[in-house]
Design a protein around this ligand. Structure first.
Ligand code: PBG
Length: 336
């Protein structure tokens, strides 16, 4: 091991003396172009409505001027990528609004392409939990243990969703349901329909986490019975980290993702060091956002510095891309 000269020759504080020196030697940087802004589009609304469980965020009607303005403002701040989530007017057993050509996400993407064009990078979240009356990410079926989630039947629905989102103009399809083989099924479906230029950002390493609470409120997507532990990952299992990531690589994922971010910085670091061929994204989820919001609101810390420290930690762990509800606040700050 390399041995440092001892004090008083070594004085690490020398390089912390002024802002300019600190800036000069800093090696972890955050830029608005690393950030992805989640956007919620609801077909149940005529006008935008504030989202109570995610202060600072709104539901936008898919074909509204306000949605276009929102995307436009983000672009001006240097945030160029968006992850769209759809809220249907009615949920049904088949999750039919998830793949309808006039579904909320499909309509929103078409509208953005028509009004703004192809400058924004648009990723579409692909799942059925927000569209299905049962609230699960896969199709329930009777099985010997009672009711379980039918992996392979779900893949058929995922194929349809992917094609409908690509057809509407998505750049990136982001499957979040944690079904086995989802990336392969989606790649096949996209290529089969002539969408070989559409990327897949897979929620590869996604945990059964308690930090999704606010989001499930936003989407009304909590499972109506049971939980998601038979498909999302167990926080205490490290074998699955590389397994899930490598399977997605083999199935054709273009970008890998770890979710949530903060309680899994070690996982981000592991994938950053082991898989250097693929960009790595981290999802700074709704519960992490609310932690910062509530700390600041309670007077226990400064919102901007809490936010920057969190985002820097995710970057330092090795994420290239951060999906975060702080995106606009952070971009404003970073641009000074
Ligand atoms: C589910 C999905 C979840 C999130 C995005 N897509 C979590 C879940 O309900 O399991 C969470 C995002 C967040 O908390 O910000 N398909």
């Amino acid at each position: 091991m390399f041995v440092l000269p001892e004090f008083p020759v070594s004085r690490p504080r020398r390089l912390r003396l002024t802002t300019a020196i600190r800036d000069l030697v800093r090696d972890v940087s955050l830029s608005p172009s690393d950030l992805v802004l989640p956007v919620f589009v609801s077909e149940a609304l005529e006008r935008p409505a504030p989202i109570e469980s995610l202060p600072g965020h709104y539901y936008y009607p898919p074909t509204s001027k306000e949605l276009v303005d929102h995307i436009g403002r983000a672009l001006e701040l240097g945030v160029k990528a968006f992850l769209l989530f759809g809220v249907p007017k009615v949920k049904d057993e088949a999750a039919s609004r998830a793949y309808a050509s006039d579904g909320p996400v499909q309509e929103a993407i078409r509208h953005i392409r028509k009004e703004i064009g192809w400058e924004p990078v648009i990723a579409a979240d692909l799942c059925i939990c927000g569209y299905a009356s049962h609230g699960h990410c896969g199709v329930p079926k009777k099985c010997r243990r009672g009711v379980c989630i039918d992996n392979d039947a779900t893949l058929e629905i995922y194929r349809r969703i992917a094609v409908s989102q690509a057809d509407a103009g998505a750049d990136i399809i982001a499957p979040s349901g944690m079904m086995d083989g989802q990336v392969k099924a989606i790649r096949e479906a996209l290529d089969g329909e002539g969408f070989s230029d559409v990327s897949i950002m897979s929620y590869s390493v996604k945990y059964a986490s308690s930090f999704y609470g606010p989001f499930r409120d936003v989407m009304d997507s909590a499972p109506r019975w049971g939980d998601r532990r038979s498909y999302q990952m167990d926080p205490g299992n490290t074998h699955d980290i590389l397994k899930e990531a490598l399977l997605d690589v083999a199935e054709g994922a273009d970008i890998l993702m770890v979710k949530p971010a903060l309680p899994y910085l070690d996982v981000i670091y592991r994938l950053h060091t082991t898989i250097t061929t693929h960009p790595l994204a981290a999802y700074n989820v709704s519960g992490e956002y609310m932690m910062v919001k509530l700390l600041a609101e309670g007077g226990y810390g400064d919102y901007n510095s809490l936010m920057l420290e969190v985002l820097t930690s995710i970057k330092r762990a090795g994420a290239d891309i951060i999906i975060t509800y702080h995106a606009l606040d952070a971009a404003k700050l970073l641009r000074g």
